[in-house]
Ligand binder design. Structure first.
Ligand code: KE4
Length: 431
């Protein structure tokens, strides 16, 4: 496959943009090779600068749940742009999208729009601390909530110990306020609450984890988490930036019927434009300025064009049947690939919910980050590169999840399974 133009663009970009990319995962560092520069997209396909066409399993990391270049979203963007780009003042567009979001996620009584998932989770953390006058936060190892200082924290040495920075530039004094626990582990959660209960402002979790590969929680773990937060007056934050409108229209909270106190949203809610949202119980959200003392603001928050794109997308989710259809289509790819892997003696496990799925080169599905690290990460990189050569664009990291759209029909997904079989046959001796 010719990718010379992409390679040249990457070399040039590295002289002007940090790492040559505007977000680290795009640089292909964990899978090797040079990143692909795209110039066009349509439906379930991406087109690169060398004229190659790819079946897209990344979907801009989630937003493209209706496929690329959805005509209603493009028309909404054009229509709003012709009237005005940004006013820095309230618009009725923001009222309209707020009502739609609340109708899809009824645990959200009041919300605030921001410009990214990171801003949404960062605001949830500050609001939780401001509301409870407590300082500590619990998160889970392998969950990613954006590049928020308080949440870029590695687990401490033992279980339920104070966190340590996961990046230079974050003071230990701040990281020590975050406790990072193993996902799906009720025992360490109870230990942390026993140790710090009266100072835990919030627990933040990806209610289905998508940033350590696709890891589903045990329902008992999530139910216990809800109970222990209620009992300790700790605010439960569901980070549904990835899972909102993705695994089900109402996210994981609809899927498992468990309501958080606050929810962070992003990705799909902006229709591909920069939008984040946080919201939840009115009694908590009323603490946000200007009505309350907890400060949060944003020049372009609720931007009319971004909100119009998000509204146009959300309005097309009226038929919840698209989620079971996407799940069934994803299974066409996954089951075919699993059968091929079994025939070739390659350990392969997978999981899927709605339009989101993940797979691991391991016999059993991992239940937490430590188990993910024991899967064959190196073989994933080989599989990624082989699939890319055959025009299938997987997420360039074993620690990500795959996202499909309503445009990824059964025929295309079955064809992708056959390409995966060919790919596995060509690299089976490298396992
Ligand atoms: P953004 O600030 O990137 O809009 O959202 C941060 C975020 C928050 N919460 C969850 C659960 C997320 O998955 C994300 C961002 N996801 C990554 C993909 N794993 C975005 C891709 C990237 O960082 O380039």
């Amino acid at each position: 496959m010719k990718t010379k133009n992409s390679q040249d663009l990457f070399e040039k970009s590295k002289n002007h943009i940090a790492g040559g990319v505007n977000s680290p995962v795009r640089a292909f560092k964990s899978v090797g090779g040079s990143p692909i520069f795209f110039k066009k997209s349509r439906g379930c396909y991406l087109y690169d600068e060398d004229g190659n066409k790819y079946l897209d399993f990344v979907g801009s990391w989630g937003p493209m749940v209706l496929g690329h270049s959805n005509k209603n979203i493009i028309n909404a963007i054009k229509n709003q742009a012709s009237k005005g780009i940004s006013f820095g003042a309230p618009t009725k567009n923001e009222l309209e999208i707020a009502k739609i979001i609340k109708s899809y996620l009824p645990s959200i009584e009041k919300l605030r729009m921001v410009n990214s998932g990171t801003e949404a989770t960062m605001s949830c953390v500050r609001l939780a601390r401001g509301t409870t006058s407590r300082k500590k936060i619990i998160k889970f190892v392998g969950c990613y909530h954006g590049h928020v200082d308080s949440l870029l924290v590695k687990a401490g040495s033992g279980l339920a110990t104070l966190g340590v920075p996961d990046s230079p530039g974050i003071p230990e004094e701040l990281s020590e306020l975050t406790i990072s626990l193993p996902y799906n582990d009720i025992k360490s959660l109870d230990e942390a609450f026993a140790k710090f209960s009266d100072d835990i402002a919030a627990v933040i979790i990806e209610p289905i984890a998508g940033n350590m590969g696709f890891i589903e929680p045990e329902i008992e773990f999530l139910q216990h988490l809800r109970k222990v937060c209620t009992d300790n007056k700790t605010i439960l934050i569901f980070d549904e930036v990835m899972t909102g409108f993705r695994v089900a229209r109402g996210g994981v909270q609809e899927l498992f019927d468990i309501n958080p106190d606050l929810t962070a949203l992003g990705k799909i809610v902006g229709g591909g434009l920069p939008v984040g949202v946080y919201g939840g119980k009115a009694e908590i959200m009323n603490n946000i300025s200007p009505d309350g003392p907890v400060y949060q603001a944003g020049t372009l928050s609720g931007n009319p064009i971004a909100v119009s794109a998000g509204t146009a997308l959300l309005k097309q989710l009226s038929d919840k049947g698209i989620y079971s259809e996407m799940e069934n289509n994803a299974k066409k790819f996954l089951e075919y690939t699993k059968k091929a892997a079994d025939r070739l003696g390659i350990p392969f496990s997978y999981n899927v919910r709605g339009g989101m799925f993940g797979f691991f080169f391991s016999e059993e599905l991992p239940q937490n980050f430590d188990e993910v690290q024991k899967t064959n990460i190196d073989f994933f990189s080989k599989f990624f590169r082989k699939m890319l050569e055959k025009n299938i664009y997987l997420p360039p990291s074993a620690y990500e999840s795959c996202f499909i759209s309503t445009q990824h029909d059964a025929e295309k997904m079955l064809k992708a399974g056959k390409i995966a079989e060919l790919s596995l046959e060509e690299i089976k001796n490298e396992i």
